[in-house]
Design a protein around this ligand. Structure first.
Ligand code: NAG
Length: 206
């Protein structure tokens, strides 16, 4: 077993023991129906950083995710539009200015704690005693096998009250992707965020 992988499992294990608060187990939660926010991801094994923005709309089963992959020589920027009711994913590569339409076969799932997750406990970010500087969070763990047959460990942390995403971590043998979610706002500021860009309108389905 790879050392970093072993280390991350150990750390996850320690967190679970030190913060377990089983008397206060919340329900597996779902995020609100519509929100927008920024995220920062890094893969500590693959050494990739991603800066992103997400618009999430469970009411109409659609998501828009803008991602900048920060790479040493040339960044790559993708604008992805997931239209589940049309079973379609539009991937707009903003560097090459090309769009691909991909059929989206997986069903819509609400963003939130995955079914059959194990509750890790609740704790506070910041200081519990200083209300204006504290955030109560809940952490959950699940494991699954991905489409490529990799065994994935997933740990996710959500706000206690509204189930907004705070952090998540997907760990396989050759990757450990951490994501931090920030500046979440309720609702969708501008519905046109879910309209395909004109470049995508002209492209054929792959
Ligand atoms: C890539 O994006 C980052 C973050 O926006 C920026 O600081 C950096 O200068 C960009 N790199 C290149 C090569 O354009």
């Amino acid at each position: 077993m790879n050392t970093i992988y072993a280390l991350s499992l150990l750390i996850v294990g320690l967190i679970s023991f030190s913060y377990c608060d089983v008397h206060d187990k919340p329900e597996a939660c779902k995020t609100p129906d519509q929100w927008e926010g920024n995220f920062y991801s890094y893969d500590s094994i693959k050494r990739i950083r991603i800066l992103g923005k997400i618009s999430y709309d469970a009411k109409n089963q659609r998501e828009r995710i803008h991602q900048v992959f920060v790479l040493p020589h040339k960044n790559q920027t993708y604008d992805m539009l997931y239209l589940y009711h049309k079973k379609m994913l539009l991937v707009n590569n903003l560097v090459s200015n090309s769009c691909s339409k991909v059929s989206l076969t997986r069903p819509w799932t609400h963003f939130g704690v995955v079914k059959n997750s194990k509750y890790f406990g609740s704790n506070y970010l910041g200081a519990e005693e200083m209300e204006e500087d504290s955030l109560k969070i809940q952490t959950w763990k699940d494991e699954f096998v991905d489409n490529n047959g990799n065994h994935v460990f997933h740990v996710s942390t959500w706000t206690h009250k509204n189930c907004l995403p705070v952090f998540d971590n997907y760990i396989t043998t050759d990757s450990s992707l951490h994501t931090m979610y920030m500046d979440i706002t309720p609702g969708i500021e501008d519905e046109s965020v879910f309209e395909p860009s004109s470049i995508c309108d002209e492209s054929e389905t792959d």
